[in-house]
Ligand binder design. Sequence first.
Ligand code: FE2
Length: 346
Amino acid sequence: MEDVTIRSLSPKNEMNREIIVLGIESTAHTFGVGIASSQGKILANVNSIYVPRSDGLHPREMAEHHSKVAVRVLKEALETAEIKLEDVDGIAIALGPGMGPCLRIGATLARFLSLKFSKPLIPVNHAVAHVEIARLTTGFNDPLVVYVAGGNTMIIAYVEGRYRVFGETLDIPLGNCLDVFAREAGLGLPGTPKVEEIALRGEKYIRMPYVVKGQDLSFSGLLTYAIRLLKEGSYRLEDICYSLVETSYSMLVEVAERGLSHLNKREIALTGGVARSKILTDKLEKMALLHGALFKPVNPEYAGDNGAMIAYTGALAFAHGVRITIEESVIKPLWRLDEVDIPWRK
Ligand code: FE2
């Protein structure tokens, strides 16, 4: 994979004025365009989420959806913000991590807009954007960030110039574990809220594989076990959902708790699609309380993938001189957030 070189161009001048950036999100099932300022004003956040007709999300089908909705979403975002492309300072693009066919749609549109309107391109890491939108909407300055979604599960904290990972899944993400179980149980998508709804009616806890290795997590054995119980039919669906949710969320809260203690952070922010979960929010809140720490989830509007978080992170980066050329704007499907310098927090 080619590497993106990030250069700093006269950042001092840019830090002193409000920057307006248009951001494009297309890493997975969502195609989104946001417009935001470096001071944290969200001027537009328009998103179109691909919902599969049959089971599962296929990258090619998601990419087809993105290319169909791209122009409409872009126009709607500009109309909402009451701004013209000529008036934005830059075009931010989520170059990764994500699925190649999906990333390519957003990157192609970003390159086109950059060339046509002579606007600089700003590379944004999708996971960094989930962290920044959580910081913005919780008002926390230096939180431990619990990032849980269909595609990611990570415990993150800022240390020495970068966001570092203090625990993550070794196989499938937590959101994916619940989504796949929901599909197997015929509950449909989005799976996590449906599994939780049924879990609330559970009464009996069934012991399930609880796999925490140091600070890392593994959900694949837990998923296989839950699906086996479902197929055997000897337990109520309510009890299986309850046990699956209790086990997986407890694993996550355990590593978050150790991260909080080790790093001596005083705030915990929950971000990503699963941040809308009331059950997970309650568990993290209780844990934070035990440690005298503050807890908040990201604003629900920005929990799932969205264009606004890319625009806002792009504006922060642009204000600190981050930009790339068209030639450097290669997609990075496996781009980790700990590979990205965060000059706006230094
Ligand atoms: Fe995401």
